[in-house]
Design a protein around this ligand. Structure first.
Ligand code: BES
Ligand code: ZN
Ligand code: ZN
Length: 502
């Protein structure tokens, strides 16, 4: 894991393998961003001209490496593009800093220590650089033979920061906690389903709960049957590894608000009897990304000691075809007592979440936020970089969207049109688990709404698009599991703690 430190040292004076500086796009070519003055001096003030000669423009994502001159302790200078330089006194946008720090950290894999001399004078900028660097340094190497494996950059030192300043210290602590926890979610998502089944996932939560002093309860298949969790059991019954419902609770003595986070945790989604065709199942180990995000966000909340109560509900099951699997046409009795005709066993997320939402509602939290790789329809609607936000409360939906935006987690508000509710009427049961094809993401949201307790504020994040990056790495986002929604959830917890949410 990459360490994060703050240093008062100048960029040139810090002993490190490399020094990272920012280059912005100016009207007349590349411009060295603040923070790198000492490095520029060592180049006799000609660093911008040198970079331009090397073809640098300051564009976002651009990396230029050059040997450091005498006067710079590090051997290498890594210049990363920040995009357009801000006008006048405005500072650099947090997301531009996160992305640049992330790109730099990734290119420095294998190095021991790097000085990050990006424009970070305020606490918010220190947090952005720290978070971006820790997220960009991530590599998933658990299954690679040691020789060829990528080794993450070991230490990120932010220069020009104030290690004794309360706000700077808190910013670095937030970056370290959130960075490590997003990476924990990524590790879980990237772990193949043959090693991460519901039982193994629950065990991982139990061990973290012990480490961080959280309360944890795991309902196994027997307890689920006794409790009447027909949705979770119905989805899990085709698999050789039975389902689990995990309750993970962080409490603070001074808390006045309680949030419930609910995560879809399908450790593998084959589609079940409504089997997915080849081409649609290769990445389905990622179908537990919602549960991973909830788990990671609660650990981060605990690490930061936020004055809020947060309860996580992880609905864990493997969706497989098998002799005992739920068939299309079967009727399940959900935890809430509602009956559901399963028309398509591939619409399993809403079944496990329906049970978890109903159970979470019994504790009357101030708000529930669920996170799920729920529908392909949401990917068609918003693309693979944005999650959709639905809610039974417009103000809350806006608050969640604003929180996501502040964290640089791309997302968009989506409606829950009442007219679509009747599309999943069933002639046999109370409702069916599928409606019409058009608006499939909204229909899934409306299905979940059926299981949210009367009067409880609720938001639903459909992260099917951004949960798993099938393209190349970009900014601080690696290939594979991204850990999307962790940062939004932690920010919501922080806002609730500060009395700024509900
Ligand atoms: N896990 C999938 C959704 C998904 C798709 C996640 C792409 C990540 C990337 C979900 O369980 C599913 O299969 N949904 C069906 C629902 C349909 C049968 C009503 C879908 O979206 O096609
Ligand atoms: Zn499915
Ligand atoms: Zn699924």
């Amino acid at each position: 894991m990459t360490a994060l430190t703050l240093s008062t040292s100048s960029a040139a004076a810090l002993r490190a393998d490399a020094v990272v500086i920012g280059v912005a796009k100016g009207p007349k070519g590349p411009r060295i961003a603040p923070g790198a003055e000492s490095v520029d001096s060592a180049f006799d003030g000609k660093l911008a001209a040198t970079l331009e000669t090397l073809g640098a423009s300051g564009a976002e994502g651009e990396v230029t490496k050059l040997p450091a001159p005498a006067g710079v302790k590090a051997a290498v200078v890594v210049a990363v593009g920040l995009g357009e330089a801000p006008e006048g006194a405005a500072g650099y946008d947090a997301e531009a800093l996160r992305k640049a720090a992330g790109v730099a950290a990734r290119t420095l894999s294998g190095a021991k220590k790097a000085a990050f001399a990006l424009p970070a004078t305020g606490a918010a900028e220190v947090e952005a650089v720290g978070t971006g660097a820790l997220l960009g340094a991530y590599a998933f190497t658990a299954y690679q033979s040691k020789a060829g494996a990528k080794v993450p950059l070991a230490e990120v030192a932010i220069t020009g920061a104030k290690p004794r300043d309360k706000a700077h210290k808190a910013a670095a602590e937030r970056a370290a906690a959130v960075g490590a926890e997003v990476n924990r979610a990524r590790d879980l998502i990237n772990t193949p389903a043959n090693d991460l089944d519901p039982k193994a996932f629950a065990a991982a939560v139990q061990s973290a709960a012990k480490e961080f002093g959280l309360k944890v309860e795991v309902l196994d298949e027997k307890a689920l049957a006794k409790g009447g969790f027909g949705g979770i059991l119905g989805v899990g019954r085709g698999s050789a590894t039975p389902p689990r419902l995990v309750r993970l609770a962080y409490t603070h003595a001074k808390a006045t608000r309680t949030l419930a986070f609910v995560g879809k945790g399908i450790t593998y989604d084959s589609g079940g009897i409504s089997l997915k065709p080849a081409g649609h199942n290769e990445t389905m180990k990622c179908d537990m990304s919602g549960a991973a995000a909830v788990f990671a966000a609660i650990v981060a909340t605990a690490k930061l000691g936020l004055e809020v109560n947060v309860t996580g509900w992880l609905a864990l099951a493997e969706n497989m075809p098998g002799g005992n699997a739920t068939r299309p046409g079967d009727v399940l009795t959900m935890y809430s007592g509602k009956t559901v005709e399963v028309l398509n066993t591939d619409a399993e997320g809403r079944l496990v979440l329906g049970d978890a939402l109903a159970r979470a509602s019994e504790e009357s939290p101030d708000a529930i936020v669920d996170v799920a790789t729920l529908t392909g329809a949401m990917v068609l609607a918003l693309g693979d970089e944005r999650f959709g936000i639905m809610s039974n409360n417009d103000g809350f939906r806006t608050a969640v969207h604003t929180a996501a935006l502040a964290e640089g987690e791309d997302s968009w508000p989506m409606p829950l049109p009442p007219a679509l509710r009747k599309t999943f009427d069933s002639p046999t049961a109370d409702i069916a688990n599928m409606g019409v094809r058009m608006g499939g993401g909204l229909i899934a949201g409306l299905f979940l709404k059926e299981f949210v307790g009367e009067g409880i504020t609720w938001a639903h994040l459909d992260i099917a698009g951004p949960a798993f990056n099938e393209g190349g790495p970009a900014g601080y986002t690696p290939k594979g599991g991204t850990g999307t929604a962790v940062r939004t959830l932690v920010r919501l917890a922080r806002q609730a703690a500060d009395g700024d949410l509900l």
